[in-house]
Design a protein around this ligand. Structure first.
Ligand SMILES: Cc1cc2nc3c(=O)[nH]c(=O)nc-3n(C[C@H](O)[C@H](O)[C@H](O)COP(=O)(O)OP(=O)(O)OC[C@H]3O[C@@H](n4cnc5c(N)ncnc54)[C@H](O)[C@@H]3O)c2cc1C
Length: 332
């Protein structure tokens, strides 16, 4: 099997690829990254399995199904930081048919208004006439990323800090480069199709909630930047959020914080006066389509791109990593 694989990036994408390549028998795998956890975009995420702001749907369905299964498997290891949540997606307009991602999960059912109002007594009649229910995993980033780093290192993987300015800078040292640089691939490989989708969340102490919620954006557009959601994790709850396309702003906006708390606590009243633990903002790596493909860089080096996962990095990571393994085998 070929030696010398260099993975660029130590977020959820780079680490999943590293672990999967090792599991597949590749040796001499190293990660080079400008930042390491807890200082990546992957550390800002809620870590909920839920396909959001990523394309194309026909590939995402397969990747998210494989990721779901891998997360269920890893759930058996406490150090992996994976928990399950009861997940409610609420729609401000009636929807018919199944959620397109429903076949990827094990427990799923459409919700009618009566069931929604029984679960959420605060909701007014007509506010959410339909929705979906599912049971989905959450990979808590502050536990899951260190877990993956340990797994990678225990199998002989090396993680180095380094700022790579161009792929040709490292191509002579590697047979295969896996490019997992997220939004920063825009600069590294000059990808004009990448764009930021700003997110901001409030991390609060969990007052005893065991359900997570997303409110489907109103198609009319005026609230489309508001991505209202709660993610109930083992010790905290993530309150979100925003999804601001083309905004590069990563500072915390106070008005956004109050808006998020007001919107979330309108559905989940125990969050009205939350004990705030942390504020976070970050840029989702948006792209017209996730880029997962091989490119021949030179006679001796193939680059496999794996970036542009939008708001779904934790929802497709293992499925993408499995495909990276196939591409790496083909390039060996
Ligand atoms: C507020 C918020 C909430 C989110 N919640 C969820 C969620 O609940 N579920 C979900 O599925 N997704 C969620 N996401 C999306 C998720 O965070 C991203 O899709 C994911 O983190 C992308 O991971 P990545 O590893 O590709 O990129 P990153 O995490 O950005 O990692 C990129 C790595 O590449 C390194 N790098 C970049 N350029 C170079 C270079 N030139 N040389 C060396 N190293 C380099 C960086 O230092 C970094 O280590 C959320 C995002 C935000 C902002």
């Amino acid at each position: 099997m070929t030696k010398s694989i260099t993975i660029l990036g130590c977020g959820i994408s780079g680490l999943s690829c590293g672990v999967k390549l090792q599991e597949a028998g590749f040796t001499d795998v190293r990660i080079i990254s400008r930042t390491l956890p807890p200082n990546t975009t992957s550390d800002v995420a809620g870590g909920l399995w839920f396909p959001y702001k990523a394309e194309p749907i026909h590939r995402i369905l397969g990747w998210s199904r494989s990721t779901f299964q891998e997360m269920m498997r890893l759930r058996g290891q406490a150090e992996a930081g994976i928990t399950m949540t009861r997940f409610f997606q609420l729609h401000p307009k009636p929807v018919s048919g199944e959620a397109w991602w429903s076949s990827a999960v094990e427990v799923y059912r459409p919700l009618g208004e009566r069931e929604i109002m029984a679960e959420f007594p605060n909701i007014a009649e007509g506010q959410f006439p339909s929705g979906f229910y599912a049971e989905v995993p959450i990979a808590e980033p502050h536990k899951h990323l260190p877990f993956l780093m340990n797994q990678f290192r225990e199998r002989g993987g090396v993680i180095e800090i380094g700022d790579v300015k161009s792929l040709s800078e490292i191509s002579h040292k590697s047979r295969i480069i896996v490019n997992c640089t997220g939004l920063e691939a825009k600069k590294l490989v000059g990808d004009a199709e990448l764009f930021p989708i700003r997110g901001q969340i409030v991390v609060v102490k969990n007052p005893g909630i065991n359900r997570s919620i997303t409110i489907e954006a109103d198609d009319d557009g005026d609230h489309s930047e508001h991505a209202t959601y709660t993610i109930a994790r083992s010790e905290d709850v993530i309150l979100g959020g925003v999804a601001m396309t083309d905004s590069w702003e990563t500072s915390i906006d106070e008005a956004t914080v109050s808006g998020i708390i007001a919107r979330c606590s309108a559905i989940e009243p125990s969050l009205k006066t939350p004990q705030i633990l942390q504020h976070k903002a970050g840029l989702r790596p948006g792209r017209t389509e996730i880029r997962l493909e091989s490119e021949q860089l030179s006679d001796t080096c193939t680059v496999i791109h794996n970036y542009g996962h939008g708001g779904s990095g934790y929802t497709v990571n293992w499925g993408c990593a499995e495909e990276i393994v196939s591409l790496a085998r083909a390039a060996s």
